[in-house]
Write a new protein. Structure first.
Length: 228
């Protein structure tokens, strides 16, 4: 998929921050936590992700300002543009090992939101399906479930190898010509939803969760297409 230059910058920054978040999520019990308030905690993962996001976004757009969840407001030379960053939206879920969290990035131009990378609802639906045992990942598991005819949604990372995408798509079409096929989530985004590294292929079994995920995934696709 071809993205606008701005969205490409945002996706690249989110991918780099997501890699560390996935690793830290796998070791969540070992994270050191500092208290900000009665019900508001920030983890090392949160701080590291924000640092990565700011570095990557300002490397691409050095004159822009930043409004970040943890470090606050930093003004840039260009006072019309500000990156809006929440590096770990869903901190409490993250801390308790619940895979319902997201990286949120927005770009404000003269007060108007002109671009956004907000995957929360799509990621939540995928996380719910995983927790309910209705979402699987891994090529062999996905192929086996496809052949059983139980898959409602097939998911392949947008940055997966083309031959791998084509093979699964052919199998899906042979089993169910109307299979809903999601190819616009990155491997980093899928890895966040599943709480482990390098998730390329995934699927959700037929049912209400797959229907709800499909609805949110279609909305996300429409949003990204609108951005160009």
């Amino acid at each position: 998929m071809v993205h606008s230059p701005t969205l490409t910058v945002m996706i690249s920054a989110a991918r780099k921050a997501a890699r560390a978040l996935v690793r830290d999520f796998g070791e969540v019990e070992q994270l050191q936590v500092s208290q900000k308030g009665p019900a508001d905690f920030v983890t090392n993962a949160d701080l590291k992700a924000e640092k990565t996001l700011i570095h990557e976004l300002l490397h691409a757009r050095p004159d822009y300002g930043v409004i970040a969840e943890e470090s606050g407001v930093t003004h840039g030379v260009d006072t019309r543009h500000y990156w809006i960053i929440d590096p770990l939206d869903g901190t409490l879920n993250f801390m308790h090992g619940i895979p319902h969290f997201a990286i949120s990035i927005g770009l404000v131009r003269a007060g108007d939101v002109v671009a956004g990378l907000l995957l929360r609802r799509t990621m939540q639906m995928l996380g719910f399906a995983r927790k309910a045992g209705e979402a699987i990942s891994g090529r062999e598991k996905v192929e086996a479930q496809l052949r059983s005819g139980k898959i409602g949604v097939l998911i392949t990372a947008s940055d997966a190898a083309e031959d791998g995408k084509a093979k699964l798509q052919r199998l899906a079409q042979a089993v169910s010509p109307d299979m809903f096929y999601v190819t616009w989530l990155t491997a980093a985004e899928l890895s966040l939803a599943f709480g482990r590294d390098n998730v390329i292929h995934a699927a959700i079994t037929q049912g209400r969760l797959s229907d709800r995920f499909r609805h949110e995934a279609e909305r996300l696709l429409g949003f990204r297409r609108k951005l160009g």
